[in-house]
Ligand binder design. Structure first.
Ligand SMILES: Cc1cc2nc3c(=O)[nH]c(=O)nc-3n(C[C@H](O)[C@H](O)[C@H](O)COP(=O)(O)OP(=O)(O)OC[C@H]3O[C@@H](n4cnc5c(N)ncnc54)[C@H](O)[C@@H]3O)c2cc1C
Length: 441
């Protein structure tokens, strides 16, 4: 799948067509509109140009399928018998194509989602657990739009914590499974304009879930979302963590995004908070998955600057600097380094004195080869972030993964692209950033 997504990257029309299909197909309710959508995305693209590019026979077979589908669906190129034949194949073929394309998109979902239910996910994760991985489960779905949505997500989180409690058999919380939650899923108005209401209602919900997690001996992690939610999220985190009922529980986790220009000060603030409350917390460091959204909303708002870095190497440098900061905070913080980039992983291994004072994390379906090696050779822990949920809840998550895999600046894309030399993939981001500065007029 990684090689397939690299062949159909976002810099190709065909990659963009596939991305649009993946985003829209599973939520189109009727067959006629599905057929029109598939035709719109398949017919104009030059699938044949990808033939033979990849050394993977599976990718080439998929290219054949895409190309033939595109030819059957294309209108108006030929006349006479050929046109009549094509129309006949097209009419007979549409239901088949519809089912096949739907199946292919579901297969893409399967790559990134561990199971439709927590039971299925626990079962599917057994092999990885035997290998030495632990898991953080995430219930798919985000940004509740109504109070009813938020109640549904709350119930799903609570049910999962109860279910996972049985698997929390170690007295060391770092060895047990954890759960990741999104604040936007727990309240339909998680926004600064509704601060006082959100502070009351959302704090209450997160506190209830945190108490359940503490009782089960597992970690509960608050995912990081869009930058304009950061301030409010930190207020909620402070309010929840300050509750006396959570004293002695080391499983409260927060995600910090290194692409955010506030990442360093946020880490200092979290360390000071843990010190002030005499607590130990977990901090997952990520680069950040909402880059396109951040750029778009800053432009729409017409604000003078972006809340995130605008060069990939600046984010890489920020990540390594934040990692160094976290490695010096292990008296209060258990760092969780979530990355699929081998250079970033190597930098952390180089900087860390104590291999048990932190863990690595990867997403289900990504970075397997890298983390299998590191897990086997380096004596470090690794946790897999495993989304759980039905296909209809998959879209926003799937789009973020396709953006990540399809972007040609992305490590996971470059590592399978035989045209990118190893020296470039493993380039030192500090050197690259210096070079950018040197090139400034
Ligand atoms: C366990 C786990 C949990 C996660 N939880 C969250 C979460 O809660 N919130 C969240 O936002 N993300 C989350 N992510 C997703 C994470 O942000 C991406 O997987 C990560 O950014 C990919 O980084 P990398 O080091 O693997 O890859 P790399 O290829 O080295 O980096 C890709 C990243 O670089 C950054 N980037 C790309 N282009 C630019 C540019 N032009 N300017 C500046 N920066 C750029 C983006 O952040 C992009 O995602 C999680 C990931 C993992 C593994």
């Amino acid at each position: 799948m990684e090689v397939f997504l690299a062949e159909y990257g976002l810099s190709t029309d065909e990659g963009v067509a596939l991305m649009c299909l993946a985003e829209a197909l599973l939520r189109v309710p009727d067959a006629d509109t599905i057929d029109v959508l598939i035709e719109d995305k398949f017919a104009p693209s030059a699938w044949g140009e990808h033939l033979g590019h990849s050394s993977s026979s599976l990718v080439n077979a998929s290219t054949w399928a895409l190309m033939l589908t595109g030819r059957v669906l294309r209108d108006g190129e030929s006349r006479g018998v050929a046109a009549i034949m094509r129309d006949a194949i097209r009419r007979l073929g549409e239901p088949v194509i519809r089912v096949a394309v739907e199946h292919a998109i579901r297969e893409m979902g399967h790559q990134f989602v561990l199971g439709r239910t927590i039971e299925e996910a626990l079962k599917r994760g057994e092999d990885h657990q035997e290998q030495g991985y632990t898991f953080s489960y995430d219930m798919l779905g985000e940004a509740a739009l109504t109070a009813r949505d938020a109640a549904k997500f709350f119930d799903a989180y609570a049910r999962s914590i109860r279910k996972l409690a049985a698997s929390c058999t170690s007295s060391d919380i770092r060895e047990n499974p954890g759960i990741s939650i999104k604040l936007s899923a727990l309240h339909p108005r998680h926004e600064v304009g509704q601060k006082s209401r959100v502070l009351g209602e959302l704090t209450e919900r997160v506190l209830t879930l945190s108490k359940m997690a503490a009782e089960a001996g597992m970690g509960l992690n608050i995912d990081a979302e869009e930058a304009d939610r950061l301030d409010l999220s930190l207020d909620i985190i402070e309010a929840v963590l300050s509750d006396e009922a959570l004293a002695g529980w080391d499983g409260f986790g927060i995600v910090v995004q290194a692409y955010g220009k506030r990442a360093g000060p946020v880490l200092d603030w979290l360390h000071a908070l843990a010190e002030h409350l005499d607590r130990r917390i977990m901090v997952r460091l990520v680069k950040g998955a909402y880059w396109d959204t951040e750029i778009k909303s800053a432009q729409v708002e017409g604000i003078a600057d972006f809340p995130v870095f605008t060069r990939k190497v600046a984010t890489d440098v920020s990540y390594i600097c934040c990692a160094a900061r976290l490695l010096a905070m292990t008296d209060r913080i258990y760092p969780q380094f979530a990355t699929h980039n081998a250079h970033t992983v190597s930098a952390i291994l180089e900087m860390a004195d104590n291999r048990t004072a932190f863990e690595f994390q990867r997403l289900h379906g990504m970075g397997e080869t890298l983390h299998d090696l590191v897990l086997a050779d380096e004596g470090t822990r690794c946790r897999i972030y495993a989304p759980v949920g039905a296909h209809r809840d998959l879209l926003a998550y799937l789009v973020r993964r396709l953006l990540e895999n399809g972007a040609n600046s992305s490590f996971v894309n470059q590592i399978v692209d035989e045209d990118v030399p190893a020296e470039e993939v493993a380039e030192d981001p500090f050197d690259a950033l210096d070079q950018l500065h040197a090139d400034l007029p």
